[in-house]
Design a protein around this ligand. Structure first.
Ligand code: B16
Ligand code: MG
Length: 223
C-alpha cells in the first residue's frame, strides 16, 4: 500500500448534520419537506445534484432554470458556511488524528477525494491540512461519485498506481466510486449500507495502519 485516499464528510469530520440543516432551511423556503432518511441519499453527492434531488422530491424540478438552480445552491452554501465556520480540531472524528500520524510514519501518501468544494476550508478549520499531500478539486471532474473519476484523480495527483491505493468512505456512492477505481475500499459505518466495501469498520476509531494495510494485502492475494 502506497497511498490512502480519504473522503471528507462523514470520515474525517461529521458535517452531515450541517448539510441537512442548510438543505432543510432552503427546502422549507421552497415548500418542500425533507427528513433525515431522505438526507441519507445526499451523502457523497454534489451540491447541484443534491438540490436537483430535493426539487424532484417536491415535484418542482421543472419549475427552475439552470441559473436559478445555481442561485439556490449558492444560497444553501452561504447558510452551510456559516454553520461550519465554528469547526475546530475538536470536531475531528475519533481515531482520525492518530491514524493520519501512523500513515505519515509509514511514508504513506495521503489525499482527499471529497465531493465538497468546501474541503480546503474545512481542513483548515480542523487544523489538519498539513497531513494531506493533495486535494482533488471536484470541479475538475466530468463525473462525481459513484463514478471512479475522483479517486482516480487522487491517485494521479499522488503519482501512485490505483492498485496501490486504499479508499475510505462513509457513503454507498463513495464505496462504488472506490471499487470502480479498482482500489481497496474501506467503509466506515453500517455494514448493511456499505456491504459493497472490501472491509467495513463500525467507526473511525477502528482505523489503523495495520488493518488498512492488511485489507490491501488480502485484496492483492485474492486477485
Ligand atoms: P459542498 P464527501 C460531500 O462530501 C457530502 O457528503 C455531500 O452531502 C455534499 O453535498 C457534497 O460533499 C458537496 O459539498 O456543498 O460543500 O460542495 O462526503 O464527498 O466528502
Ligand atoms: Mg462522505
Amino acid at each position: 500500500m502506497k497511498a490512502v485516499i480519504f473522503d471528507l464528510d462523514g470520515v474525517i469530520t461529521d458535517t452531515a448534520s450541517y448539510h441537512f440543516k442548510a438543505w432543510k432551511q432552503l427546502a422549507a423556503s421552497l415548500e418542500i419537506e425533507m427528513d433525515e432518511q431522505f438526507n441519507e441519499q445526499l451523502k457523497g453527492i454534489s451540491r447541484i445534484e443534491s438540490l436537483e434531488k430535493i426539487l424532484a422530491k417536491g415535484k418542482k424540478l421543472d419549475q427552475y432554470t439552470e441559473q436559478e438552480i445555481h442561485q439556490l445552491a449558492q444560497q444553501k452554501n452561504e447558510v452551510y458556511k456559516e454553520l461550519i465556520n465554528g469547526l475546530t480540531s475538536a470536531d475531528i472524528l475519533p481515531g482520525i488524528l492518530p491514524f493520519l500520524q501512523e500513515l505519515k510514519e509509514n511514508s504513506i501518501k495521503i489525499a482527499i477525494a471529497s465531493a465538497s468544494k468546501n474541503a480546503p476550508f474545512i481542513l483548515e478549520k480542523l487544523e489538519i491540512n498539513q497531513y494531506f499531500d493533495t486535494i482533488v478539486d471536484p470541479d475538475s471532474l466530468k463525473k462525481g461519485k459513484p463514478a471512479p473519476d475522483i479517486f482516480l484523480k487522487g491517485a494521479e495527483q499522488l503519482f501512485v498506481h490505483s492498485s496501490d491505493c486504499v479508499g475510505i468512505e462513509d457513503a454507498p456512492a463513495g464505496v462504488d466510486s472506490i471499487n470502480a477505481a479498482s482500489m481497496v475500499s474501506i467503509g466506515v459505518g453500517s455494514s448493511d449500507q456499505l456491504r459493497k466495501a472490501d472491509v467495513v469498520l463500525s467507526s473511525t476509531e477502528k482505523l489503523t495502519y495495520e488493518i488498512v494495510n492488511q485489507a490491501w494485502k488480502d485484496h492483492c492475494n485474492k486477485s
